[in-house]
Write a protein that binds this ligand. Structure first.
Ligand SMILES: [Zn+2]
Length: 105
């Protein structure tokens, strides 16, 4: 990547924009947008974890807010974390078989 910053949200945003531009320049080229989308999802889980641990209210990152795909992935990471916490606190999931209950399976 040509541009790096210490802000992981800005990095994902730049990477996404560059991947999109690359596709415009070369529509037959490989679609690399999945990589920043995966990063956005990971950031969503990290933020959910921080919010959970600190009680902090974390809004959608400004660098993702106006890009629907990045925003969606960030939320999906956030929801994934929430679901994981739910499962940890769910007696149905913590049975002797170790299988998730019907609502979390
Ligand atoms: Zn459950």
């Amino acid at each position: 990547m040509a541009y790096t910053s210490t802000n992981p949200y800005l990095n994902a945003r730049c990477e996404y924009v560059l991947a999109k531009l690359a596709l415009i320049g070369n529509p037959d080229g490989e679609d690399e947008t999945w990589s920043p989308l995966v990063d956005a999802q990971a950031l969503g889980s990290q933020d959910a974890q921080r919010a959970h641990e600190t009680g902090e209210d974390i809004p959608v990152p400004a660098f993702f807010a106006d890009v629907p795909e990045l925003k969606r992935e960030w939320f999906s990471g956030w929801n994934w974390y929430d679901e994981m916490v739910d499962m940890q606190n769910c007696s149905g999931c913590n049975n002797s078989r170790g299988d998730p209950c019907p609502c979390h399976g």
